[in-house]
Design a protein around this ligand. Structure first.
Ligand SMILES: Cc1cc2nc3c(=O)[nH]c(=O)nc-3n(C[C@H](O)[C@H](O)[C@H](O)COP(=O)(O)OP(=O)(O)OC[C@H]3O[C@@H](n4cnc5c(N)ncnc54)[C@H](O)[C@@H]3O)c2cc1C
Length: 463
């Protein structure tokens, strides 16, 4: 058995993906040694990994997530830009953004500072990995963890897949949504956490595509699914000069199965100049597919009893509908919770962390569920108020197509800036209603101007 010395504080992290690496960064400030265990082969350069199959599909890094990651790893964003990662600075002409069938009016210059970065998922993970593993007291061990060791009172370390036991003061479970922690809890005599779920029935299909230079000024193209069109599409221009093009189906509708079908979807839901640029593109390599049946939130925050010595982290706690692009950012926010919990000695770490995580998860989870259940064909328990809120939101997005103030508000909240609550103020709701009313009246007037002409032509009179 590998032991720690009496005075030395040792933390173990299971998993070296984004969650585990952020946790290791925070722990390195509080523990003498941090050991990260990873079962997957970790590439030396930015590349996809077998154990993170989602990395092949487009990953939006929200503006808030970029800020949080840079707070954890200062210099990260500058280095990414130096490495060629596109940066969007108050330049809305770089973005085409559609949500629930509405193309937002983001073509106007934004009023507030807005900076976003567009790294591919393998590039972002590689940048973060090399920083986290360069920290003096952080060590990577390329080995799978079999299970945490529980001594009847608390978790005291881990057992690796070759039977070695390693002691630790704290184990962080960042093993992703497939973690076996709920089963281990039951085995140790604790309750399993209740699970909130939404059956979103999402399927992803992704191609990397080379589009000839000069055809597109956009760097980010997003068109979410809608009531009428259950498939959506995201196109991100990456640091290698190619585009990640992901199409997805919601509510169990399969996504396009090949490049031609992807282009057909683009013809339907994207501006003409974008879809024709995509048609002129060359798909590189094979198509990647991924199924994501259910969003899942394990309610550790509700458990009365939880063993000391272990905390769940990242997707192991909550896995959000990936089409909204929030998972990495919400993980970076959890890292802040972990730091604050560790800064308050004498507290029950697992309880403090899980309560704080629940507080920031709730608004994001709830608005996702409203969208999924009322607009995107998902199934799951739905409080009565979801439907009117979903319809109101649809109205809001409709107004945001032509009102740049509403569009900017949505873009910022969607990027998890300002607040995690996607709830417009009474002033903005009033603005929405007035805007839609004006549009409705203008349309009515235009119609009545047109109708005598139509009547005239129908009667055979010259117009
Ligand atoms: C299709 C898809 C698209 C997504 N798109 C976006 C997006 O656009 N934007 C966004 O912000 N988020 C997105 N996400 C979410 C994002 O990928 C995750 O939130 C992020 O990876 C953080 O996850 P994690 O580190 O907690 O877990 P994971 O990334 O799943 O990593 C878990 C790690 O633990 C390791 N591991 C597991 N078990 C063991 C063990 N026993 N021993 C040792 N190692 C172990 C695994 O090998 C892996 O490296 C998407 C997710 C999916 C599925």
């Amino acid at each position: 058995m590998a032991q720690t010395t009496q005075s030395e504080k040792h933390a173990i992290v299971i998993g070296a993906s984004l969650g585990g690496l952020c946790a290791a960064r925070v722990l390195s400030d509080f523990y003498d040694r941090v050991t990260v265990y990873e079962r997957d082969e970790l590439p030396e350069t930015p590349a996809n990994r077998a154990a993170v199959p989602q990395g092949r599909h487009v990953h939006l890094l929200m503006a808030r997530g970029a800020q949080e990651f840079d707070g954890l790893f200062p210099g990260l964003l500058d280095d990414m830009v130096t490495a060629g990662v596109p940066i969007l600075e108050n330049r809305p002409d770089c973005i085409h953004f559609g949500a629930a069938g509405h193309a937002l009016g983001t073509q106007h210059r934004l009023q507030d500072q807005f900076t976003a970065y567009v790294p591919s998922r393998p590039h972002l993970e590689w940048q973060i990995r090399r920083r986290a593993l360069a920290i003096d007291n952080v060590t990577l061990v390329a080995q799978a963890v079999d299970e945490p060791v529980f001594d009847g009172h608390r978790v005291t370390g881990i057992r690796t897949d070759d039977g070695t036991t390693v002691e630790a003061d704290l184990v962080v479970d960042a093993a992703g949504r497939g973690t076996r922690l709920p089963a281990w809890l039951a085995q140790w005599g604790f309750d399993r956490p209740r699970e909130d779920t939404v059956d979103v029935g999402i399927g992803y299909a992704t191609h990397q595509v080379h589009i000839p230079e000069g055809l597109l000024k956009e760097k980010v193209v997003v068109a979410g699914a809608s009531r009428q069109q259950p498939c959506g599409l995201g196109m991100l221009f990456y640091e290698d000069g190619n585009w990640g093009v992901t199409t997805f189906g919601t509510g169990k509708v399969p996504p396009p199965a090949d490049f031609e079908q992807m282009c057909q979807l683009a013809d339907e839901i994207l501006p003409e100049h974008v879809s024709s640029a995509l048609r002129r593109g060359e798909p590189l390599g094979p198509i990647a597919v991924h199924k994501y049946p259910t969003s899942r939130w394990r309610r550790y925050d509700e458990l009365e009893r939880f063993p000391a010595g272990i905390v769940p982290f990242g997707d192991a706690v909550v896995s959000f509908n990936p089409t909204y692009g929030q998972g990495m950012t919400m993980t970076s926010i959890q890292a802040g919770h972990l730091r604050r919990a560790l800064q308050t000695p004498g507290q029950d770490l697992a309880r403090t962390l899980s309560k704080a995580t629940a507080k920031t998860t709730y608004p994001v989870w709830t608005m996702n569920a409203v969208g999924d259940l009322t607009l995107h064909g998902a199934t799951g328990p739905m409080p009565r108020w979801y439907r009117p809120v979903g319809s109101l939101f649809d109205q809001f997005l409709g107004a945001a197509e032509t009102d740049p103030v509403l569009a900017e508000w949505f873009l910022r909240r969607f990027s998890l800036l300002d607040s995690l609550w996607m709830v417009p103020s009474a002033k903005l709701v009033g603005r929405t209603v007035r805007h839609n009313m004006r549009l409705w009246l203008a349309e009515k007037r235009a119609k009545s101007r047109r109708s005598p002409e139509t009547a005239g032509s129908a009667a055979g009179h010259p117009t």
